[in-house]
Structures are given as structure tokens and as C-alpha cells.
Design a protein around this ligand. Structure first.
Ligand code: DSN
Length: 418
């Protein structure tokens, strides 16, 4: 049985994977945290490295048979260090949330305070939302964005930091469409003697491509995922100053994880190699150019964007004046083959399960090779669908156009196009 193909062993799952290939190929993915990993990344991820246990770190494993595993982890670390200019790297975290929890464990004592961005104004669950692990073990204080500009107001954040005196300040967001300069955040952290952690999960590819300010010179610790703008496997890594290396390593293993996923670490190494290629900079530049172009079309179509636009890979449409909720808009767009997610706007009167906004991003479309010309089309289609919520025939018409565009920009050449 172990040499048989998936098709022979489990047709139910194989069929669903085939259908998912079809879905990915024939829809336009505008979820800013999604992307298409290369076949090389997928190959490493699906390799026999899956079979190996390697608890511990290079040269200090709790299992035999780890010589090649050590080489793979060494290469992944070396490439990440070079790519980001970091003093120290841990490539073992299974996920972004896991990496963040490991940082809290490494830097904080139970009860110590964290200052982070409010979830409903762009933050992330793992930055201390009620019900999360950090919420249970730490005091969480949130900053938000300015009501008028919808951007960070550093004077207000400095005042809050001085009043609350957190031990850790987290900068990082899941839905903040503007560039973040990390220097003033470092200054605020220094003024109150706090650690500065940057959660760069969303923007890490932009940072690697040189199209977003670099947090590494300013942060004590940077966490990031590999599957988003970095276009690698699902997983995470931590960059830190040398002085935190041992605490971070211990917090990842055995603090919060057991055996590392060596097939994923190999795929991370491939992803870091791909991100070091000069063409990756072009890719990142195009992500940002595409997002600006999409924003311009949407504004021309009459939509209000949170902060008025974008500097990075994502934007948020405020639908309050369209009399549509984010949930309704996301469902309507999916019917037309356009995949987005509902998202709170700052000071949203609606709960996160409904929302007044949708979040759109361009990393996946840009991987398909789409440029400004396609963004203009897609922006107009989004406008047509959202301005005609009661017209099913419009969604059907757009769906046909979407499929045509998808055929012109295949994701994986040679994969089933049916
Ligand atoms: N769930 C991710 C996102 O979509 O932004 C963050 O982890």
C-alpha cells in the first residue's frame, strides 16, 4: 500500500484535491494572506522528510539519523539570515501564532503586560484577543488607529505606552494598508524600557523584496510566516538579536513544540532561496503596483477605502454607504468567482462575523503574472457585482469573464485545466 498512488489508495481525497486544483485555477484569489507556492516548494513539502523525527537543534538532536536533517536546517537558517540580515534565526515554528506564543514565553513572565493593535482595527488574534493564550497569561492593552486618518497616531501610542508601561510592544497587523516605519516604535519602546516585537507575517515578502521598511534593525524580535507574501510553505520563523537566541530556541522547543516539521523546513529553505533571486524584487514591486492600481479603480468606482488607499499588498473597502455588509459582499463576489474575505473597518459598528468591510490583496494574482491592466478589469468587475447585489445575471456574466481571465493566467502550467 505504501507505494501506491493517492488515486489508488483514496479516491475520495484525491478527487477533492483535483476539484480544489480546479477551484484555485478558475477563481481570482484576492485574500491578501493567500498565495501559490512554487512546485519546488510543494515538492519539498511533500517529500520523505515527512518521515523523520528530529527533536532538538542542529548537532543536539534527541534522535539518530539526523545528519542530513541537520544540513537542511542549517541551509534554511543560513538563507534566512542572509535574506533578512538577522543576527539569529529559528526556522522551527509550525505557524505564526505558535511563533508569537513562543516569543511571549521567551521574553515575558506570566502577568507581564503586552501592548498590541486591537483586533478589530487590524490586529491579529495571537496578539492577545480574549480567549487566546496570551490573553490568559498576560495583561493585554490595545492601541488603535486614529478615527479620522485611520492610521497609527504615534503621539497617542507613545502616551498610552507611557501610561501603561507594557513589557512588550507588538507592531504588526493583518489588515493595515499603510507602510510602517519601525524607528519611532523602537524609540517608544526604549523610552519605557519595553521589548519591541514586529509581527511581519503579512509584509515579510515586501520586506525581502525591499519595498517595505525593514524592521530587523529596530526590533528585538521579528516573527513571520512563510506562506503569505513570501510565497512559501505554511509555516513560520523567528528573527532575533543574538542575546535572545537561547531564550527563543528554548521557547520554541521544548517550550511550545515537539518535533520540527522537517519537510516544511526544507520547503522554507527553498522559499528563502526563491526570495533571494533578483526576480523576487520585481514580483514584490508588482504586488504593490497592482494593489495601488486596484485601489485607484475602486475609488473611481465610488468606493471608500480605509485610509483612502494603500501602500502595500492589501486594501480594505468600507461598504457602509453601499448598504451591504462585508459578509454579504464576500458571498456575492464568490458567486462571481472573486474570492475575498469580510473584514472589520476601524470603529466598525458590526461584529467581526458580519463586518462593514472586505479585505483585498494582490500577492496571489501577481504570482499568476497579472499586472495593472488586469487589476483595472478586476476592479470594474468588483464594482459591477457590488453595485448590483440583486442581479444574479451580472454575477453569472462576470463569472464567465473571470474564468476566461483565469485561463489566460494559469497557476501551475501542466496541471489539469478542466
Ligand atoms: N489569517 C491570516 C490573515 O488572513 O491575515 C493571519 O494569520
Amino acid at each position: 500500500m505504501i507505494t501506491d498512488s493517492l488515486k489508488n489508495v483514496d479516491q475520495e481525497i484525491e478527487r477533492l484535491i483535483q476539484r480544489e486544483i480546479y477551484r484555485q485555477q478558475h477563481t481570482l484569489v484576492l485574500i491578501p494572506s493567500e498565495n501559490y507556492a512554487s512546485l519546488a516548494v510543494l515538492e519539498a513539502q511533500g517529500s520523505v522528510l515527512n518521515n523523520k523525527y528530529a527533536e532538538g537543534y542542529i548537532g543536539k538532536r534527541y534522535y539518530q539519523g539526523c545528519k542530513l536533517i541537520d544540513e537542511i536546517e542549517y541551509i534554511a537558517i543560513k538563507r534566512a539570515k542572509e535574506l533578512f540580515g538577522a543576527e539569529y534565526v529559528n526556522v522551527q515554528p509550525h505557524s505564526g501564532t505558535g511563533a508569537n506564543i513562543a516569543v511571549y514565553q521567551a521574553l515575558l513572565k506570566p502577568g507581564e503586560k503586552i501592548l498590541s493593535l486591537k483586533l478589530t482595527q487590524g490586529g491579529h488574534l495571537s496578539h492577545g484577543k480574549e480567549g487566546s493564550l496570551p490573553f490568559k497569561y498576560h495583561t493585554i492593552v490595545n492601541y488603535g488607529v486614529d478615527r479620522k486618518t485611520e492610521r497609527f497616531d504615534l503621539d497617542e501610542i507613545r502616551k498610552l505606552a507611557k501610561k501603561e508601561k507594557p513589557r512588550l510592544i507588538i507592531v504588526g497587523a493583518s489588515s493595515y494598508p499603510r507602510r510602517i516605519d519601525f524607528k519611532p516604535w523602537r524609540e517608544i519602546a526604549d523610552e519605557i524600557g519595553a521589548y519591541l516585537m514586529v509581527d511581519a507575517a503579512h509584509i515579510i515578502g515586501l520586506i525581502a523584496g525591499g519595498v517595505h521598511p525593514d524592521p530587523v534593525p529596530y526590533a528585538d524580535v521579528v516573527t513571520a510566516t512563510t506562506q503569505k507574501t513570501l510565497r512559501g510553505p505554511r509555516g513560520a520563523f523567528i528573527l532575533c538579536r543574538k542575546e535572545f537566541a537561547s531564550a527563543i530556541d528554548k521557547a520554541v522547543f521544548p517550550g511550545t513544540q515537539g518535533g520540527p516539521f522537517m519537510h516544511i523546513i526544507a520547503a522554507k529553505a527553498v522559499c528563502f532561496k526563491e526570495a533571494s533571486d533578483p526576480s523576487f524584487k520585481d514580483y514584490q514591486r508588482q504586488i504593490v503596483a497592482n494593489c495601488r492600481s486596484l485601489a485607484d479603480v475602486l475609488v473611481n468606482e465610488g468606493f471608500r477605502l480605509v485610509t483612502g488607499g494603500t501602500d502595500n499588498h492589501l486594501l480594505i473597502i468600507d461598504l457602509s454607504s453601499q448598504k451591504l455588509t462585508g459578509e454579504q459582499a464576500a458571498i456575492l463576489l464568490e458567486e462571481a468567482g472573486i474570492i475575498v474575505n469580510k473584514n472589520c473597518i476601524p470603529f466598525d459598528p458590526l461584529p467581526p462575523s458580519i463586518t462593514s468591510g472586505i479585505r483585498l490583496g494582490t500577492p496571489a494574482l501577481t504570482t499568476r503574472g497579472m499586472k495593472e491592466e488586469q487589476m483595472r478589469l478586476i476592479g470594474q468587475w468588483i464594482g459591477e457585482v457590488l453595485k448590483n447585489p440583486h442581479k444574479k445575471q451580472i454575477r453569472e456574466k462576470i463569472r464567465t469573464k473571470v474564468e476566461g481571465l483565469c485561463r489566460d493566467f494559469p497557476i501551475y502550467k501542466g496541471f489539469s485545466q478542466e
